[in-house]
Design a binder for this molecule. Sequence first.
Ligand code: FAD
Length: 423
Amino acid sequence: MSDFVPTREAGLSRLHAFVPRALRYAEERDFDRPGQPSVSRLSPWLQRRLVTEAEACEAVRTAHPWARAEKYIQEVCWRTYWKGWLEHRPEVWRRYGDAVRRLRESPPAGYVEAIEGRTGLPGFDDWAHELVRTGWLHNHARMWFASIWIFTLRLPWELGAEFFWRHLLDGDAAANTLSWRWVAGLHTPGKTYLARADTIARFTDGRFNPVGKLATEAVPLVEPSLGAPVEPWYPPVTRNPPVGPVGLWLHPEDLCVESANLGEVAPVGVLALWSESLAVAQAWADPVVTFTQAALADGASRAAVAWSADLRVVRADDPGPAVVEWARSLGLRTVLALRPAVGPWLDAGLAVEAALDRAGIALRWYRRDWDTLLYPAAKRGFFPFWDVAARLHLPVDHGATAAPARPAAGPPRGQEAGVAGKK
Ligand SMILES: Cc1cc2nc3c(=O)[nH]c(=O)nc-3n(C[C@H](O)[C@H](O)[C@H](O)COP(=O)(O)OP(=O)(O)OC[C@H]3O[C@@H](n4cnc5c(N)ncnc54)[C@H](O)[C@@H]3O)c2cc1C
């Protein structure tokens, strides 16, 4: 049985069990060892926001000196960086989807052997099996797998990213697509990641050693220019209270809505909607579907309790008509939702918005303060982004040279537990 239990309670206990181990995270995190003692394995919960990034960072930062906590917080911030970067360049997601649809029609030679773990390459085949069996891989294994896929097997990166996307319990449109592009040399032009047998042997304690079997050079891939970045969506700084009665629509990208900055709202109903057509289009493997559906139910039941609201958990082919039907059944005038990030749930969300609009019902989007503060800094490379993100987490007594200024990124927002107000 999977030890990824899709509830907030299980995610929080995973986080708390990890906090003492975070002390050695910087030294140990690159080791891919059975049982994964070196990393938190919190990603499936963070991905659904059953546990928020703010909570994970706060737990580690308050338990350890900054010098010990920094690396973990930085890694959590990589997640936000990727998401913010893709918000500025949704074109990357569109091109990736087009390429996958095209390549799926006639996959290249060697593709089936690669996803079935029948290449004969030590490590690579094992990770292919491990991914399908468990829905998770260590970060280093993901890097090695992607590098071997692109530079040794010479397969299209999009099909490799799609293989991950179908099976990862933490599958994230931004982190997955952009990490594959980073390995391929498309994110930082000219800079690739080459997997080496000695690195693999060292960080797997000798379990795998594909010596003499891997590409010895990684020539960066190239692509047509992406054009200028676009401005992400941000909530207006001031707005009137939503017209009632209001309801809350939950999707699987944020399942801790009760801790988000919705202001003084009192939803009379909560809808957790699973879209069957979306799951089929994304070709998600059964464990991903099961995990996500259960996570959605967990998030919705907490939200319903938080606002003493009517709860409906619905599976529908087409999300638009399903949300309209629910809203009409409760006499709603406004539906509230946290806006999904670029990816399939945003597409679904925009279709829901259009369907509600046609029915004369407003959809009001929100965005967490965490994202609103940090996305504006994710336009270029990670390190300028980290300069901004680190200031949110530096302890107050960190010293004069590192005295935290309020990040200049984004408009000032309200307070969110564990984010604003932190130094
Ligand atoms: C090719 C490739 C594909 C990837 N696809 C995904 C994906 O779909 N979803 C996903 O969440 N991560 C992805 N990652 C990033 C990373 O591998 C995982 O987040 C990490 O392995 C999750 O394990 P953990 O929870 O033990 O991480 P820890 O090391 O304990 O880190 C804590 C948290 O920080 C975040 N994080 C850590 N490293 C990264 C990173 N490099 N990029 C982004 N976030 C990070 C995750 O939310 C993680 O749970 C990918 C990396 C590569 C190289």
